[in-house]
Design a protein around this ligand. Structure first.
Ligand SMILES: *Cc1c(COP(=O)(O)O)cnc(C)c1O
Length: 397
């Protein structure tokens, strides 16, 4: 099928809510994807930090084949072994005691917000339902999660928003302290702001939030939808801070591209979700749970987080070296393989130039170019990407 015609149909039949790139991707393998004209791309986007193990990883593909031929779906009215094994594995490798499965990051955050409200009302007072989130955050596109998202551009036109949310600047403990009161049910933050520009907080930020929550009784909800499953060089980003949250949300990389979300919580908090209080038709079906199980066991067996830390250092060193010849670069920041390159100009045209030269990258906000390659990326792939970036950034100067 002719690519031009496909793109015409896309423009005609889709709701126009995406600003899509004019290529049509047809196949992927490891670090690489191919478009409908046969052009090859080195993928430093990984979806949007989704395919942590790369495209069509054999263990993931094997799990998909086997699960599809065994039992695709039954409802959560029944038990299924893959879902139980996955919940157990997640708990054994995190702070959490219990897991709720859903289908996306927004749904995981929606569940966390509902849980926080129910827990705080039952435990403290009926008017204790507020959630404090941060400016420049991103938590999803449902009405509650877009309200939690501290960026007006995502909310515009969808008002009235959901009551019970406040926003304070990110990485500002004093502002958070001032915002907490007797109505605060929870603080909701990303350990590193992803969409908001790969903003890494100071080392004392998450421990400071933990302390504020301990003092006030508010729950600490960490949105690890983007940072979780090894992306930052630890299995969970909160491990860098030496603290544990009360609730954590996951999605993106959890099943390496098959849609899945999860909300993890401590025992006494999770108990607020009494039978019938929350549910999802598709959440944690045997199919998707099998794929997540294959993904997570591979991440653990092959020490993928350590690998992300190591190759991430190599990539950042290369970027710092490249900076000398690229005056458009203001700052390089990030952790593991979640890296932001802040520019003095819009990042979109640089991403376009990279793509034209065979490299897929992302933006994060207006002026930040974001790199989030599959965690299986080799140093040699980084060196190739750096070559393309040097040219693309040079052209921006
Ligand atoms: C992508 C993302 C979400 C939303 O996930 P969806 O699966 O698109 O609903 C929420 N929080 C963070 C931190 C994200 O990066």
């Amino acid at each position: 099928m002719d690519t031009r015609e496909l793109l015409e149909w896309s423009a005609r039949y889709h709701t126009p809510n995406y600003g899509r790139t004019p290529i049509c991707l047809v196949r992927g393998d490891g670090m690489r994807v191919w478009d409908s004209d046969g052009r090859e791309y080195l993928d430093f986007a990984a979806g949007i930090a989704v395919v942590g193990l790369g495209h069509c990883h054999p263990r993931v593909t094997g799990a998909i084949r086997e699960a599809a031929a065994t039992l695709l779906h039954v409802s959560n009215l029944y038990h299924t072994a893959p879902q139980i094994h996955l919940a157990k594995l997640l708990c054994e490798h995190s702070f959490a005691d219990r897991v709720f499965f859903c289908n996306s990051g927004a749904e995981a955050n929606e569940a966390a917000i509902k849980l926080a409200r129910k827990y705080a009302k039952e435990r403290f007072a009926s008017d204790r339902y507020e959630v404090i989130a941060t400016r420049n955050s991103f938590h999803g596109r449902t009405l509650a999660t877009v309200t939690a998202t501290g960026q007006e551009k995502y909310q515009h036109g969808f008002e009235p928003l959901v009551p019970g949310f406040k926003h304070v600047p990110y990485n500002d403990l004093r502002a958070m302290e001032r915002a907490i009161d007797s109505r605060t049910a929870a603080i909701l933050v990303e350990p590193i702001q992803g969409e908001g520009g790969v903003n890494v907080p100071d080392d004392d930020y998450l421990p400071g939030l933990r302390k504020l929550c301990d003092e006030s009784g508010a729950l600490l909800i960490l949105d690890e939808v983007q940072t979780g499953v090894g992306r930052t060089g630890r299995l969970w980003a909160y491990e860098h801070a030496g603290i544990e949250p009360d609730v954590m949300t996951l999605a993106k990389a959890l099943a390496n591209g098959v849609p899945m979300g999860a909300m993890l919580a401590r025992e006494d908090v999770a108990r607020a979700l009494t039978p019938g209080s929350h549910a999802s038709t598709f959440g944690g079906t045997p199919f998707v749970a099998s794929v997540a199980l294959a993904t997570l066991t591979t991440v653990l067996d092959e020490k993928i987080p350590e690998r992300a830390a190591r190759v991430g250092r190599h990539l950042v060193e290369g970027l710092r070296a490249l900076r000398a010849g690229a005056p458009a670069v203001r700052e390089i920041r990030g952790r593991g393989l979640l890296i932001g390159i802040e520019l003095d100009r819009p990042a979109g045209p640089v991403v376009d130039r990279c793509r034209e030269a065979g490299l897929l990258a992302l933006t994060a906000g207006e002026r930040v170019l974001r790199l989030a390659p599959p965690l299986i990326v080799e140093p040699a792939d980084c060196d190739r990407a750096l070559g393309i970036l040097a040219t693309a950034l040079g052209g921006a100067a």
